[in-house]
Design a protein. Structure first.
Length: 425
């Protein structure tokens, strides 16, 4: 067997997953002891919310698929993981791919699909290899096929390598790409549950979301709901990156503070440095300043703080960094990754980048500050076809809100005070 970075060594993955983690017992239970509607209800009871970014209630999403409608239905797994600062799906795929396979099979059975597709980020060679092996092993064991575990209900999973653009992770652009077209978002409605892949009802879920399902089926939705907070139950994987001593993927019970995650789990900033700002849910989530480290990781607390849990990517910047430059860098990313289909995003991103460039070249004034705010407003609140535009707007808006003085230093006084921080401050 080829060398791998995951934790399975030379043994077939399924053996370890089965012997150590009770693997595929949830699938057996789902196929033989439960009705599809019970599965959906169990996931509803768990309160699980999607881990891909939008945080939509998973069981409710499953219930949108009309299981009894004639014709094919699909499960599509979002393994694109294109959000900057997020690497938790990769971690799951490299370390426990069978958990994902089992979750996919249960979801497919619950919503009446026989075919699942995993749309996996093009650059994810190792996760693709691990998942392919897991699927092959599950097929060899008879868990995937015309009669999984002897049940007369065909189930199949296939992989599709993504096309290397951020927009490919947006669910409707992903579906376009899966169909072999250019990845651009569709206007909604209709939503994928009604008209998804190849125009058929489609359940689209994130890797981590589906990897959570076997535990819920084995232990019951009520047991899952006891973890975390009332409205954001369970645990989630947070990818902590940036200026911390121990960057990595950490599983936390939802409701812990970011102070715990950043300062304790990830070891805090380097010696002598202070946290200045952090992105609590990937680069798309509005930033929070150091004074808000005690905000908790649940969606409700983050919404109250005018941010979001997003994809769970916690990006930390210390006091050696200039927020205006960081925002400029991110806007360059969003402008570059804009698919160009809708005007506010196509035009707004470039406009913001040009405005930042004037500010950073010491050619700024109050006009540039007002322009940034106006462009930010024009990108948000449903004005764009998908969330990419909102994300670009939130970077501007949240950095302006929390770091107004730093912007004014640049735009009005033509100076950057971050450089003034002594090396050992
Ligand atoms: C620009 C953009 C990129 C996205 N990238 C991803 C991604 O890489 N992975 C992901 O699971 N969700 C991504 N999403 C969110 C998906 O559109 C969708 O909400 C999610 O996959 C649904 O699964 P869930 O309900 O299990 O969270 C992205 C959204 C936008 C607007």
């Amino acid at each position: 067997m080829a060398e791998r970075r995951g934790s399975f060594g030379d043994q077939p993955q399924h053996l370890l997953y089965e012997s150590k983690a009770g693997g595929y017992t949830a699938l057996r239970k789902a196929l033989f002891d439960m009705k599809p509607v019970d599965l959906t209800n169990e996931v509803k009871t768990s309160g699980l919310r999607g881990r891909g970014g939008a945080g939509f209630a998973t069981g409710v999403k499953w219930s949108f698929i009309n299981r009894d409608a004639p014709g094919p239905k699909y499960v599509v797994v979002n393994a694109d993981e294109s959000e900057p600062g997020t690497a938790k799906d990769r971690y799951i795929l490299e370390n426990s791919p069978h958990m994902v396979v089992e979750g996919i099979l249960i979801a497919a059975y619950a919503v009446g699909a026989n075919q699942a597709w995993v749309y996996i980020r093009g650059e994810y060679d190792e996760p693709s290899r691990m998942l392919t092996e897991a699927i092959d092993e599950a097929r060899a064991k008879g868990y995937i096929g015309p009669q999984p575990m002897g049940k007369d209900y065909p189930l199949d999973i296939r992989l599709y390598r993504g096309h290397g653009a951020y927009i490919c992770g947006e669910e409707t652009a992903l579906l376009e790409s899966l169909e072999g077209k250019r990845a651009q978002p569709r206007s909604r409605p209709p939503f994928p549950a009604v008209k998804g892949a190849w125009g058929r009802p489609t359940l689209l879920n994130n890797v981590e979301t589906l990897a959570t399902v076997p535990w819920i089926i084995n232990n019951g939705g009520a047991a899952y709901a006891k973890l975390g907070t009332d409205k954001s139950p369970g645990t989630r994987l947070l990818t902590v990156s940036g200026n911390v001593r121990k960057p990595g993927v950490y599983e936390v019970e939802i409701g812990q503070t970011f102070r715990h995650v950043i300062m304790e789990l990830a070891g805090g900033p380097p010696e002598g440095r202070k946290v200045k700002v952090f992105w609590p849910g990937g680069s798309s989530a509005p930033v929070l300043p150091e004074s808000m480290l005690d905000v908790t990781t649940d969606a409700e607390a983050l919404a109250a703080a005018r941010s979001m849990a997003g994809s769970g990517g916690v990006i930390v910047m210390d006091d050696t960094h200039c927020v205006v430059r960081a925002a400029h860098r991110l806007l360059k990313f969003y402008a570059y990754e804009s698919c160009g289909k809708c005007t506010p995003c196509r035009v707004g991103g470039d406009w913001a980048v040009r405005t930042y460039e004037r500010i950073l070249a010491n050619q700024g004034s109050q006009v540039e500050l007002d322009t940034l705010q106006r462009v930010s407003d024009g990108l948000q609140n449903g004005r764009c076809l998908c969330g990419l535009g909102d994300s670009a707007g939130w970077v501007i808006d949240s950095t302006l809100r929390h770091f107004r003085e730093e912007y004014e230093d640049h735009a009005l006084r033509h100076e950057c005070n971050v450089g003034a921080v002594p090396a050992n401050a």
